[in-house]
Design a protein around this ligand. Sequence first.
Ligand code: NI
Ligand code: MN
Length: 225
Amino acid sequence: MVQVRFLGHSCVALTDGYHRLIIDPFLQGNPTAAIKPDEVEVNYVLVTHGHGDHLGDAISIANRNGATIIANYELANLCAKHGAKIHPMHIGGAFNFEFGRVKLTIAHHGGGYGSDASVYTGPAVGFLVTLGQKTIYHPGDTGLFYDMKLIGDTNAIDLAFLPIGDNFTMGIDDAVLAVGFLRPKIVVPIHYDTFPIITAPPDEFAQKVQGSRVVVLKPGETLEI
Ligand code: NI
Ligand code: MN
């Protein structure tokens, strides 16, 4: 059993009861954040790309917890410069950690650090995480891509998070197509309603999806899979 807690925007916390992971911990400055960065207790921090709404508080959380940051090579090394313990990876590569397996997937999106995102942090990535016998897909920020079908064909995905907010990522209709490619048991919409520019109604997404169960989580809510 894996407990999944949505913390707002693209941030999710995962635990199998033994290991604690957080993905894209943008909490400070996130108007929808369910908790404060100081409250996070984790062993691993996974970061999909360098944009502020994903890297967020990753470095301070990792340093305070002695946690390891898992990210692409460029972004991981930037985090190491700020004192964080890191495990660099890159697209297509997987590694067996003590908690389970992580594979980096492509994402069609940018990656940059700083208030103007001008420090290059490599391409954005997604994560396929295997934890507690469950396979969880967090695509980070991305547009729709047809290789999601390959990801769906080669992995039995228990839970997929999908951005629906449009403008910077997929919108609702493309996210519905993504569900068809990935065929997850459960899909949770993310990356919407944090800011006015990414307003999207999750109920419309839920109505349009076929073949997978949509679970809309409010920030702070948990789901057990
Ligand atoms: Ni981004
Ligand atoms: Mn984003």
